[in-house]
Design a protein around this ligand. Sequence first.
Ligand code: MG
Length: 257
Amino acid sequence: MIPIKSFHQIEKMRAACGVAGEVLARLVGMVRPGITTGEIDAAAGDWMKEAGCRSAFLGYRGFPGQICISVNDQVVHGIGGSRKIQYGEIVKLDVGVIKEGWVGDNATTVTVGVLAPRTQQLLEVTRQALDAGIAEAREGRRLGDLCSAIEEVVLANGFTVVREFVGHGVGRKLHEEPQIPNFGRRNSGPRLREGMTLAIEPMVNEGRADVRILSDGWTVVTSDNKPSAHFEHTVLVKKTGPEILTWQDTNAYSLKP
Ligand code: MG
């Protein structure tokens, strides 16, 4: 069963997602050559505390970080530490918070200086894929429409979709029904209904699709060590179309709520 949130519950989700978006935007502003991923993680914890919430990731199945920080070929679930960010790298920040019992989840990929053209394109296409998925988050569409919309954008540009990790329903818990793969078939799966809240999060690779997990038990990397990009929003399904609950004006997304 995919949970349907009431008006009151959606107000709680808006508050949690608002903080998640705000923390992410502030962290984006911190990313620069020379900073360590551990410093970014610590700042995330401070800001969550200041905002009266806590990390949805810290302690989740034993995850040790406040947020996930994944660099270059790291896809998702990277752990902050002593690694220094360098010019030319891409940094994925994934922020999930719990505020008054409700979860907001969002992620972005930050560029540090000038990238190789194909990597720059990878980021643009991944963001377009997120937009394409979000555009399907409206009453009456089917889950497979959303999933395949993401995949179509990725494949049309010659990139690959990570299959082992997927988006998800989000609300009282970080991971609720349904799972939201970044691939699928149109006209399949459950119908989307007003009041569903979905974390839509394409993970897209420049090279091969397959990934492996590092010996820390968490960090997912591409098997060919080529770059990977990740963008995520928590989105409310409505009759009139999607509402991006984690929207921040600082984001340069093309699809406004
Ligand atoms: Mg997520």
